[in-house]
Design a protein around this ligand. Structure first.
Ligand code: IPE
Ligand code: IPE
Ligand code: MG
Length: 267
């Protein structure tokens, strides 16, 4: 398998043109979140073991990350491992941990050279030491970068995130620093692991499944959904462009009645 790399991929003129077309045709989402699903089925459909699908899935991560950086997307959140995924067979979990370590080793410099900042959300303390070490190194290497923020959701679940936020807010109440009737949605958002980043504009799920699987439950309130029938290892930049193009045609009303800002009815 030929290894791709952010700095080694030569962008074709056709791809550059497609990106220009996309930036001209509408707004590029500020924050894209992706449920990267279907690695196992992709591998099995080719007579391979599930881990092979996870391995090729890393090539999709690289391609999508690079395309987002080139398009000027500010935040890309990737659901890489859910709280519930700990319940998979231990050989698969161990394989995923190994893949995380080897991918970080291979990719950290590329992320850095491409001005990408790596961050994580999730219960990091559940990960083995070598994963945490590799992640910490990549995070500190890239912490001052000003381009795309790549957020890996690892041992993450939306319910965990909300539960942690509730615990923190309850502490303020317990210490007498906060009256319960002052708790509002802004405050809850400010105590989530995603406090420093805007809610996703676009959420993509691959593999044709129509569910959220405990991803960013609070943050997805008004995100536009895009379901791709492709398994994650087949999801590359052209499909991302389709998703963004679909997003650009949506009429985001946020519960209001106007079609776009021009038509807004003032009272
Ligand atoms: C997504 O692919 C990757 C992870 C959840 C870690 P899956 O491993 O869920 O693959 P399928 O959905 O079983 O095919
Ligand atoms: C969601 O995929 C989690 C990640 C992509 C990390 P799953 O494969 O775990 O979700 P279900 O089981 O199809 O809902
Ligand atoms: Mg799955």
């Amino acid at each position: 398998m030929k290894e791709l790399s952010l700095t080694k991929i030569k962008q074709t003129q056709e791809d550059k043109n497609r990106q220009i077309e996309l930036t001209d045709s509408g707004v590029i989402p500020v924050h894209i979140a992706i449920i990267m699903d279907g690695n196992g089925r992709w591998a099995q459909s080719k007579g391979n073991i599930r881990l092979f699908g996870h391995k090729i899935g890393v090539d999709s991560v690289r391609d999508i990350t690079e395309a987002c950086a080139q398009l000027g997307v500010k935040f890309l959140t990737l659901y890489a491992f859910s709280t519930e995924n700990w319940g998979r067979p231990s050989a698969e979990v161990r394989g995923l941990m190994r893949l995380l370590v080897s991918s970080l080793r291979k990719e950290a410099d590329n992320l850095h050279r491409n001005n990408i900042r790596l961050v994580t959300i999730g219960q990091m303390d559940r990960f083995p030491d070598d994963c945490i070490k590799e992640l910490d190194e990549a995070i500190s290497l890239t912490e001052d970068n000003t381009g795309l923020e790549l957020c890996l959701a690892l041992s993450y679940s939306g319910r965990w995130d909300i539960t942690e936020a509730v615990k923190k807010i309850a502490k303020h109440v317990e210490k007498g620093r906060l009256a319960p009737n002052l708790i509002n949605d802004q405050m809850i958002g400010d105590h989530l692991s995603t406090a420093s980043i805007p809610d996703p504009d676009l959420i993509i799920r691959t593999s044709g499944e129509y569910r959220i699987s405990n991803f960013l439950l609070w943050q997805l309130a008004y995100s536009e959904l895009y379901i791709s029938e492709l398994y994650w290892p087949d999801f590359r930049r052209n499909e991302l462009y389709e998703a963004i193009h679909s997003f650009q045609k949506r009429d985001r009303r946020f519960g209001k009645v106007y079609k776009n800002k021009k038509d807004e009815i003032s009272d």
